[in-house]
Write a protein that binds this ligand. Sequence first.
Ligand code: SAM
Length: 499
Amino acid sequence: MPWSPLLTTRSLTSTKRINCSLTSALEFLHDPKAIIDLNPLVIGREPHPNDPNLYTIKDRMKVLGRYVEFDYTAKFTFREDGCETEVRAPGGTTLKSRWTASEVEGGVEVREEVTATTYFFLMPMTISGLKAPHDVLRERLAAKLEGRSVDQAGTTITNKSEAGDHSGFLSLKFMFCISALALVFSVVLRFGSPMSIPMLLLLLFLAACISVYLSARKSRDPYGTFHVSLNRPLEEPRSIPNTEWLNMGYWKDTDEFPKACEALALKLIKAARCQQGGHVLDVGHGSGDSLLLHLRHPSVPRPSCLTGITSLRAHYLRSCERVRQTQKEITDIDHAPEVHLFAGDAVYHPSDDPHHPLSPTSPTKPYTTILALDCAYHFNNRHRFLQQSFHHLASGGRIALADICFASTGTTIAKFVRYLIGDLGVVPKENVITVQQYYRQMVDLGYVEIEVEDISKDVFPSFTRFLSSRGVVWGVFARVIGLLQIGGARFVIITGKKP
Ligand SMILES: C[S@@+](CC[C@H](N)C(=O)[O-])C[C@H]1O[C@@H](n2cnc3c(N)ncnc32)[C@H](O)[C@@H]1O
């Protein structure tokens, strides 16, 4: 790349301690195909006809809410203690990496130093685009070398980790979009609607811009760990909570957030009639509390196999850690479930890894239960998810969703709010449907014994009250949930069986 005053350089270093021999680590670092395949963004690779160490690689990633595919070249040079790669990516970006392996007590330390050179305005995107897949890459490298399942170490992570574009009613994107809607409505209601059409359009345009901007920032995981604070008792602001729930809760018999969240999860599990020794798929599990219920809660039947998929990498990694920790504490090893976790979109797309839990070629045995706890309204789209789930359920197996749909009747304002929720992409348009339409979809897909329980009154009011008690920012969010209710939102537990 010719020198330019606009070019800038940054370096990142990371290390990973791996429980393996130095020989196997070096063997791995001398195999370009193996290294390329660890990268979760890669969807294709082709060696140069005259140079086996030069590859053209195709990546797929999400930029500004859209998937883009791009090619770049990577040249590998092998060293005694590892390897070096030089990547020439689009936009005049060059990445020089040096991988080394050295013996340390109890294994090997693999070190990666990446130096990125690019135009200064591309640097933030380059760095954030590097970090997520490389975190996964290291996890997967460790899994391979330690003989663990790569699934548990981040299969297909980043391509799809950002596929959860609508990553929760607690997401910043959601808050900003709905806040903008709230603003529009408060202006309309206050001035009796003298607002001009251009003004309304301007406000909506602003909301859309904020939404796109926040999507672009998605790789910084806005969820992060901020929701963990909700799990902390108000009177112990510095305590480390034992739970990391992130749902709206079932508040019938409690006024504590973690208990309400657990109650909602247990209600869903009960509605799903989980079986002892079954195979459970838990989608949108966030930081993993619902997974832990299957591993150790006394009232939940122990499955023989537990599979999970959630969209955000940070949540996936946290879940892996918490599951591993819990598995260590399980004394009844003979009945400890096998666990497979994935980061990615719960809905399978043809370009996804064939090991995706809902892939048509997935080698996993059919699920006896599929659970979606407070997340399916985000899926793009839910109908496809229900369809894929039907194919992967065992005969007699059930799907259970704690989900949001809408009342079939409503005022003009309610209908307008609903229209905007879909139109602004707060949730995919196709998911903004009534309870009856939801039921109909399940029937048409072949589900039987469909049951719908409307638990809105035990969810929304207490959840908004709880949020309001947590300070100004959460208070704003509580108003946002109130606005959803103006749109006629219903919180339901819906279940169906595969005949
Ligand atoms: C409201 S949170 C619920 C989390 C968890 N079930 C709980 O109860 O704590 C919604 C979760 O769904 C995940 N999610 C959103 N869209 C998704 C998608 N398309 N595929 C998989 N997970 C998704 C989010 O990242 C988030 O963890």
